[in-house]
Design a binder for this molecule. Structure first.
Ligand code: PLP
Length: 379
């Protein structure tokens, strides 16, 4: 079956006697057992829940993995993956990451003796040179956030595989509809399900997807041991949103491309970062490894003050962190999504204060462009 069909045709309620068309919410903490000395399929929802299992199986299938695991947030999913490492291990990461990931790497996992080395992973040679005997994981986002740089995932995976290093890709900006890192050689894919998977700004969630059985065993062990799984009702919301992933992304991506074109030609806009346009330096790689540029883009206006005015004066683009919703949102990453980046790294990274990030929704595109045009007139 093709992707659009698979989004709605799958076993939504395994072994349910009533054949519902949508997955029941098994809102229960515990499950009665037949025997006192052995467990049935489900015993306790931290360890396993039928609603969660349907969601996990569907995400695994869409992403081309063998198993997926759903978490209370994208951060819980990222944290789970870092727990695969032990004291003395090292992560080589691209420098342009979601601020929360950088905070976790810089201020949490160091307590467990895991260190992180940042490189420019859009240059494969830098990743190769940074891998040391202590390196156990390469950690990437592509497109990166908020600068929308493109990392050649297959090239990095090839280098990492030679050195026995796991490749982890946070693919939240693309969703499984537009990009499948496991097929490009990655070992682990992470999603903030808060974004495109659910698509309606009504739930926080995360997912970890793997192909390898042993990795699946370890991720599951940690999910259960740490109690970080997504609750049944939130699983239901993600399942509901996921059914329209293709419809939403097609509309949002088409809008994003038009908006990028509009911004590119605008006198008040100094730079546009959108990997779906041929002028983008990562365009060729993006078109090879993904099915479009997605629905997130960033652009620079003349100054931080101008960025604030544009963000505050748009009306359809609501000021909000996060991305991937059916509603368009606008943010100033340095002050918002990336505010949690530790200060020293923030300076080194040079995310411009005048950078604006937009997540483009499903609204009428002429109205979105008019909204941006009106706000840009004020700077
Ligand atoms: N990964 C990326 C690329 C993100 O942008 C975010 C949040 O904005 C996360 C992960 C974290 O996800 P969550 O907010 O669901 O914890």
């Amino acid at each position: 079956m093709k992707f659009a069909t698979r989004l709605v045709h799958y076993d939504v309620a395994p072994r349910d006697p009533y054949s519902p068309m949508s997955t029941p919410i098994y809102q229960t903490a515990t499950f009665e057992q037949e025997h006192a000395d052995s467990f049935g399929e489900y015993d306790y929802s931290r360890s396993g829940n039928p609603t969660r299992r349907v969601l996990e199986d569907q995400i695994a299938a869409l992403e081309g993995g063998s198993r997926a695991f759903c978490f209370a947030s994208g951060m819980a999913a990222i944290s789970n993956v870092t727990r695969l490492l032990k004291a003395g291990d090292e992560i080589v990461a691209d420098w342009d990451l979601y601020g929360g990931a950088t905070r976790l790497f810089g201020e949490v996992i160091d307590r467990a003796g895991v260190t992180v080395r940042y490189v420019d992973a859009s240059d494969v040679a830098q990743v190769s040179a940074a891998i040391s005997p202590a390196t156990k994981m390469v950690y990437l986002e592509s497109p990166t956030n908020p600068l929308l740089r493109i990392i050649d995932l297959a090239a990095i995976a090839a280098v990492a595989k030679e050195r026995g290093v796991l490749v982890v890709v946070d693919s939240s900006t693309m969703s499984p509809y537009l990009q499948n890192p496991l097929e490009l050689g990655a070992d682990i894919v992470i999603h903030s399900a808060t974004k495109f998977l659910s698509g309606h700004s009504d739930v926080t969630g995360g997912a970890v997807v793997v192909k390898d059985e042993e990795l699946a065993r370890q991720v599951y062990f940690l999910q259960n041991a740490e109690g970080t799984a997504l609750g049944p009702f939130d699983c239901y919301l993600v399942l509901r949103g996921l059914k329209t992933l293709k419809l939403r992304m097609d509309a949002q991506q088409a809008n994003a491309l038009r908006i990028a074109e509009f911004l590119q030609g605008h006198a008040k806009v100094a730079a546009v970062h959108y990997p779906g346009m041929p002028f983008h330096p990562g365009y060729a790689v993006q078109m090879r490894q993904a099915r479009g540029g997605g629905a997130v883009l960033s652009f620079a206006v003349g100054s931080a003050a101008a960025a604030k005015i544009v963000a505050e004066k748009t009306e359809l683009f609501k000021i909000a962190v996060s991305f991937g919703s059916v509603n368009s949102t606008i943010s100033v990453p340095l002050k918002m999504s990336h505010a949690s980046t530790p200060a020293a790294l923030k300076d080194a990274r040079g995310i411009p204060a005048e950078l604006i990030r937009v997540s483009v929704g499903i609204e009428d595109c002429d109205e979105l462009i008019a909204d941006l045009e009106a706000a840009l007139k004020l700077v």
